[in-house]
Ligand binder design. Structure first.
Ligand code: PLP
Length: 396
């Protein structure tokens, strides 16, 4: 690859997204890595560590993205790409020993919660869910008092949480988890390494739904894990190889192409999210707003201490309007939009909006009238004009 580890370590994230993961600087090498479509590789004799061997073990198209993501998250080891964010969740959860205790935010992404709850139902692990913003409550779940109380084997962090945007005190919780020997995994999907670096804050493993900001164009489904710990990485790689949730080469290539503009996209969407949150926060049709960038948000100070910016997801709670309940008013708002796309997912160039409780798996503690906005890179005044005309329909 084109950057030495020393050179990469000296570069800012804004440069790394562009410069990392390039082929060697040799005459007539392409400047972009090629897509390799092959399910197997030439070879004779026993397979060693450096051998690719077979398409489920390795694909050269994964390498540049894995290298770039590892460097962006501040790991000396490359990341690991997976077929989806949830495939990465599954692999990370495989690190919990049989019967071990998993502490998870009660407002984690619903898919992660469903997976953990199903593993718990089958008796594979004990699941303890907790408000991740309540540091003392989380510490009690990590290391409960009493002679028979079992400490956690894994602390799962998601910060900001999806969709409540709760902020965990990552350094304090990672320290408490390490005191009892637990592994700390942080889902960094909402922030990306440009906004938050969980490894530097004490996490052992970082998880991404690459589907979202990293790829950034709502055209691939992929996931990734990064860890600087060689033993943990080896266990995760083994899990990926044996369980088979590997990335397709086209998707891996698209993700790297998307990554090249991550810094610009994040800057633009964060700026717009702040403007929109300030306007929505004082709108009479909105009865609640979650956005850590607002000075009165409960997570504001913590987010300021551990993030560079506040992300570009804003959640609003829509007030009842005339005969309409809050959730019905929220649905009407979403249907009245002409520019924002009514669709699930987030982190793409296009602004997406949805009422979260339309998903049956969403935790019941997420308010029925909560609408999640994923702010894209369109002109902020166009985005506001569309929101405003849709909010105006609730008046009549
Ligand atoms: N983590 C978070 C925070 C998410 O929002 C999602 C998906 O929405 C996932 C993980 C799962 O990722 P994927 O949909 O790529 O499987």
């Amino acid at each position: 690859m084109s950057l030495t580890p020393q050179h990469a370590a000296s570069l800012s994230a804004e440069t790394l997204v562009v410069a990392s993961g390039r082929p060697p600087r040799e005459r007539d090498e392409p400047v972009n890595p090629p897509i390799v479509l092959s399910s197997t590789y030439f070879g004779t004799g026993p397979l060693g560590d450096g051998d690719r061997g077979y398409g489920r073990y390795a694909n050269p198209t994964w390498d540049p993205f894995e290298e770039a993501l590892g460097q962006l998250e501040g790991s000396e080891l490359p990341g690991l790409l997976y077929a989806s964010g949830l495939a990465a969740v599954s692999s990370a959860l495989s690190l919990v020993p049989a019967g071990g205790v998993l502490v998870m935010p009660s407002h984690s992404y619903s898919g992660s919660l469903v997976m953990a709850a199903e593993l718990a139902q089958k008796g594979f692990l004990e699941l303890r869910t907790v408000d991740i913003a309540d540091t003392e409550a989380v510490k009690e779940q990590i290391a409960p008092a009493g002679p028979d109380a079992r400490p956690a084997s894994m602390l799962w962090l998601e910060s900001p949480t999806n969709p409540m945007l709760g902020i965990a005190d990552i350094p304090a919780l990672a320290e408490a988890a390490h005191q009892v020997g637990a592994i700390v995994v942080t889902d960094n999907t909402f922030s990306t390494p440009l906004v938050q670096q969980p490894l530097a804050l004490g996490s052992d493993v970082v998880l991404h739904s690459v589907t979202k900001y990293l790829a950034g164009h709502s055209d691939v489904v992929l996931g990734a894990l990064v860890t600087p710990n060689p033993d943990i990485r080896a266990a995760l790689l083994h899990h990926r190889t044996i369980h088979g949730a590997i990335a397709g080469p086209f998707e891996a290539w698209l993700a790297l192409r998307g990554l090249r503009t991550l810094a610009l996209r994040i800057q633009r969407s964060q700026d717009s999210a702040t403007v929109l949150a300030e306007r929505l926060g004082t709108h009479p049709r909105i009865e609640g707003i979650n956005f850590p960038g607002l000075a009165n948000d409960p997570g504001h100070q913590r987010a300021k201490a551990q993030m560079k910016g506040f992300g570009s997801i804003v959640c609003i709670q829509v007030a009842p309007a005339g005969d309409l309940s809050g959730p019905d008013a929220a649905d009407k708002l979403v249907r009245a939009l002409q520019l924002w796309l009514p669709a699930t997912s987030l982190g793409g160039v296009e602004s997406l909006i949805e009422r979260r409780r339309r998903h049956t798996a969403e935790p019941l503690s997420v308010p029925e009238n909560l609408v999640r906005l994923s702010v894209g890179i369109e002109n902020v005044e166009d985005l506001w004009a569309d929101l405003k005309q849709a909010l105006d329909t609730l008046d009549g």
